[in-house]
Design a protein around this ligand. Structure first.
Ligand code: PEP
Ligand code: MG
Length: 587
């Protein structure tokens, strides 16, 4: 089975399925000692459903068809059947799944058993199980879980490593798995730069997305190989295949260890150009990884992740301030670039919060109310975030980054809001420092109007993930068009080169913080375009640094010219690289 490789390395482990139909229920591990309480929660939810069904049955009108009463009987039987009741309890006690996850895992197992039945009547009974499970999930949603979610559930489910298999996982759910037991993951849908893939990459575990059939073909507890370098997924491999991949796994770990030794080496090219390598982070806790990887600052803090998994309650100014300050302090004096929320597209607010703010139904989310458009439509929340970021600037070097700007009116409204936030803090006597303000270049319209942006902003940061999406009209999260999502497209490369040139000519800092920055296939090309600052997942810094150390920017700049004029830039680039190798070995 093949998919899109999104995070390097090889993972080998037992499959844990997150049910395709129920990705919107919470999935987390519970602490060892909390299993009895979680089982009690499940029992309580089941009692509620039993009472509901009995009431329904009791209140059936006299003339109701007898089938209806029989159906309710069947549902009551399913509810108490050990196949559902007992087995679900086991998922909690043995695997330490939370109750919702346990219900969906067992429903999935039963659904598949029913799918395989010869008898049509029995096969259709699957619907009853799903309907009962749905009722239990609804009852659980009303039962507040007081249990802490366990991020580090090492050793649970036996000694075998675990890999996660799902039809799709929202970035918010993926975030919950950060730092958990999983050593790899595979999904049916998604593109290379979908936010789910981005979070997976930040977890630095091998991952494959867009594998289409994965969650249907893989069964709970199957052994899986996930090759994050090639996109290959092997189900229940033979001993020979397993041995081969174990060998590759060891090789890849050795290579990582070798690269890791570069982490504190200065990032300077052969011709003496210093190249700034920064980190992308999602949460303040990631700052430690950034430092450990040798980043010289944070080039992109995706603050929207603070707004996820909140059950409708968004972080207030103080909570945000604490989070920003934590990141700033963890970076001990190195700059931290905080991007204002980029909610929308494939990072929706959770349903409750969206409902509260009436931002539920976007016709075309990628083109709708996202990023700065969203912030400007919620002025009170925007001001709150700006104040929190300004306050954090009193504790270190903070830079502010605005996502997805394209219009002059947006620029003016943003700067106006910032001035207001400053004034509010001044009036309240709250300390803050001067901060530089930058714009993300993510929309072709922005890339084509650089003089306007450079007049208003102190720096720019190219978000190639979105710039590619909007230049090529390819949804970055849709695997059906993933083959057309092409960073090598001449239009994309020319836009990037022009933005870098415009910023350099204006003497304003320019960075690339999209996934291209961490992809070693583009390091030399970007340096050749004149880029001197790249921001990426901490795990990619050493590999990119290795490329930097071997680069000669003057030579690369010459090679880039022909590539930008080419209709097939990737081929032209390969040719240029070959020529350069020949020249180096000849001379
Ligand atoms: C980008 O678009 O390249 C970017 C860095 O922002 P995000 O991936 O969060 O949309
Ligand atoms: Mg973006």
């Amino acid at each position: 089975m093949f998919g899109l490789p999104v995070s390097r390395g090889v993972a080998i482990g037992r499959a844990v399925l997150v049910a395709a139909s129920r990705v919107d229920v919470a999935h987390y591990f519970i602490d060892d000692g909390h299993a009895p309480a979680e089982v009690a929660r499940l029992r309580h939810a089941r009692d509620t459903v039993a009472a509901e069904l009995s009431t329904l049955q009791r209140d059936l009108p006299i003339d109701a068809p007898t089938e209806l009463s029989a159906l309710l009987d069947v549902h009551l039987m399913v509810l108490h059947d050990p196949m559902l009741a007992e087995a679900t309890r086991q998922w909690i006690e043995v695997r330490h799944y939370n109750a919702e996850w346990a219900v969906t895992a067992q429903t999935e197992v039963l659904s598949r058993q029913f799918d395989e039945m010869e008898d049509d009547y029995l096969r259709e009974r699957k619907v009853d199980i799903e309907q009962v499970a749905e009722r239990v999930l609804r009852a659980l949603a009303k039962e507040e879980s007081l249990l802490p979610q366990v991020a580090h559930a090492r050793g649970l489910g036996g000694e075998d490593p675990l890999v996660l298999v799902a039809s799709d996982i929202a970035p918010a759910d993926m975030l919950q798995f950060k730092g958990s037991v999983f050593t790899g993951f595979v999904t049916d849908v998604g593109g290379r730069t979908s936010h789910t893939a981005i979070v997976a990459r930040s977890m630095d575990i091998p991952a494959v997305v867009g594998a289409r059939e994965a969650s249907r073909l893989v069964r709970q507890d199957d052994w899986l190989i996930i090759d994050g370098d090639t996109g290959v997924v092997v189900i229940n491999p033979t001993p020979i295949v397993l041995e081969e991949y174990r060998f590759r796994q060891r090789q890849s770990e050795l290579e990582r260890a070798r690269l890791h030794r570069l982490r504190h080496m200065p990032s300077v090219t052969l011709d003496g150009q210093a190249i700034e390598l920064l980190a992308n982070i999602e949460l303040p806790a990631d700052a430690a990884n950034a430092l450990e990887a040798g980043a010289v600052g944070v080039g992109l803090f995706r603050s929207e992740f603070l707004f996820m998994n909140r059950n409708g309650e968004l972080p207030d100014e103080d909570e945000q301030f604490e989070a920003y300050r934590a990141a700033v302090q963890a970076m001990s004096g190195l700059p931290v670039t905080i991007r204002t929320v980029d909610i929308g597209a494939d990072k929706p607010l959770d349903r409750m919060a969206a409902h509260e703010l009436r931002h539920e139904h976007a016709l075309n989310p990628a083109l709708g109310l996202r990023a700065i458009r969203w912030s400007l439509s919620e002025p009170a929340m925007f001001l709150q975030q700006l104040r929190a970021i300004l306050r954090a600037s009193a504790h270190g070097k903070v830079r502010l980054l605005i996502p997805m700007v394209a219009h002059r009116s947006e620029i003016l409204a943003t700067l106006d809001a910032l001035a207001r936030a400053r004034q509010q803090l001044l009036d309240a006597g709250v300390a803050f420092n001067r901060i530089e303000v930058g714009a993300m270049i993510e929309v072709p319209a922005a890339a084509l109007t650089m003089p306007l942006l450079l007049r208003h902003f102190d720096f720019v940061s190219i978000g190639t993930n979105d710039l590619i999406q909007y230049t090529l009209a390819i949804d970055r999260a849709d695997e059906a068009v993933a083959h057309l999502y092409d960073p090598w497209h001449p239009a994309v490369l020319r836009l990037i080169a022009d933005v870098i040139a415009a910023a350099n000519a204006a003497n304003k800092p320019v960075c690339v913080c999209g996934e291209m920055a961490g992809d070693v296939a583009f390091t030399e090309l970007l340096l050749g375009m004149g880029l001197r600052s790249l921001s990426m997942h901490p795990s990619q810094i050493s590999a990119v640094k290795q490329r930097v150390l071997r680069s000669d920017t003057a030579r690369l700049a010459k090679a880039v010219k022909s590539v930008l004029d080419s209709d097939e830039p990737s081929e032209a680039w390969l040719l240029a690289a070959e020529r350069s190798v020949q020249r180096t070995s000849a001379g």
